[in-house]
Write a protein that binds this ligand. Structure first.
Ligand code: S3P
Length: 168
């Protein structure tokens, strides 16, 4: 059985869109971990953050992300943007899956910031400077991914083709 493919990267870099396309092309099952958590908890991500707090969200995220990435077969899994920051998730994914980072420059990302705010509590509660700090802090952890695709200027279809070529 070939390893699962795990997509990581900052919020709004196209993990879910590309993950779906990739799974279709490769005949795999697609899992979006934010959707899995919403289903398991019966609440939106924003509701989990506001009623139970970010710490609780991270615990649930850790449990289900490690479970799905290591136990599902023939899968493409899109992680939430903060998941790969958690050391146990990073270690499990690096050991058992092919981790692909979708990387976008800050300049391109910031142009889309307003449209990304909906449903993402971290983007709503932080100012641009704080978000930029988060973007930079996380870059060092994202850099541990096995593969990196720069998505600036590419369509989701083109990014998907690049990942397929990379993993062949
Ligand atoms: C988060 C990213 C979100 C979601 C939650 C926290 C983060 O996922 O898990 O809002 O810490 O970067 P997306 O990357 O799918 O937006």
């Amino acid at each position: 059985m070939r390893k699962n493919i795990v997509l990581v990267g900052f919020m709004g870099t196209g993990k879910s869109t590309v993950g779906k396309l990739l799974a279709e092309q490769l005949n795999r099952t697609f899992y979006d971990m934010d959707d899995v958590i919403v289903e398991k908890e019966g609440k939106s991500v924003a509701e989990i953050f506001s009623t139970k707090g970010e710490r609780y969200f991270r615990e649930v995220e850790r449990k289900w992300t490690i479970n799905y990435c290591t136990k599902k077969e023939n899968a493409v899994v899109a992680l939430g943007g903060g998941a790969f920051v958690q050391a146990p998730i990073r270690e499990a994914c690096l050991a058992h899956t092919e981790v692909v980072l979708l990387s976008l420059s800050w300049e391109t990302w910031v142009e889309r910031m307003e449209e990304l705010k909906e449903g993402r509590p971290l983007l709503q509660e932080k100012n641009v400077k704080e978000i930029r700090n988060l973007f930079e802090e996380r870059a060092t952890m994202y850099a541990e991914a096995h593969h990196r695709i720069v998505t600036d200027g590419f369509t989701p279809e083109e990014v998907t083709e690049q990942i397929i070529a990379l993993l062949q």
